[in-house]
Design a protein around this ligand. Sequence first.
Ligand code: CDP
Length: 244
Amino acid sequence: MGGREATMVLLDENGIRCDGRKVDEPRRIMIKAGGLKNADGSAYIEFGENKILVGVFGPRDVHPKHMSNTDTGILRVRYHMEPFSVGERKNPAPSRREIEISKVIKEALEPAVMLEKFPRTAVDVYIEVLQADGGTRCAALSAASVALADAGIPMRDMVAAIAAGKVADTVILDVNNEEDQAGQADMPIGYMPSVEKITLLQLDGVLTPEEYKKCVEVGVNGCKIVYDLQKKALNDKYFGSGED
Ligand code: CDP
């Protein structure tokens, strides 16, 4: 939270945000299931200006073998940002941030995937961020869930994700890049709507207990919007026009 709010109007007198949205309005979201021929499952998401492609492979043998677990399958996640995905070219070497986000997404997906059904194997999730504009971890997590379902991996539910946050002392849904940089708080949330479980909750910034509760409520409601689009993506592929 950069505290640069004074130089930028994040919320105008009509309650309209810097990109024209209302406080409870998500960015435009488009999710497509499938698309990658060589992956077992895949998905593509556009979430505002974020563009992310996910490929899922497995369950398959684990190499190196000592990483396998005789009791359960393992999930491996790689979140990778293209050097051209941001305005200022990103160093192609894996950054600490990418390693952290890979871990966060893996831990958010683990409660959803029935890994116990395939011991000794691995499910690999490759996330390619083609264009980043704030909220990539949530968009990537939502797309990864669709790609896992597309791969036919047994799941308790899909994880839907979106961030709530605070700008100009107001709780908002779906924090964009400017709001993330100059706002007061950013709370990415991952949620399994059918089993009513939160699997990701991070908070950058400061909130009062009331604001915290409001952010969780607004975020969970936002996840339900994402969830409907995730289900639609799968429906379109498997019961839709017959393309793919
Ligand atoms: O993307 P997300 O909000 O989940 O993660 P973040 O670490 O809070 O990053 C916020 C945003 O900063 C990203 O989505 C990118 O738009 C931007 N960013 C960037 O411009 N250059 C980087 N090397 C990393 C992130």
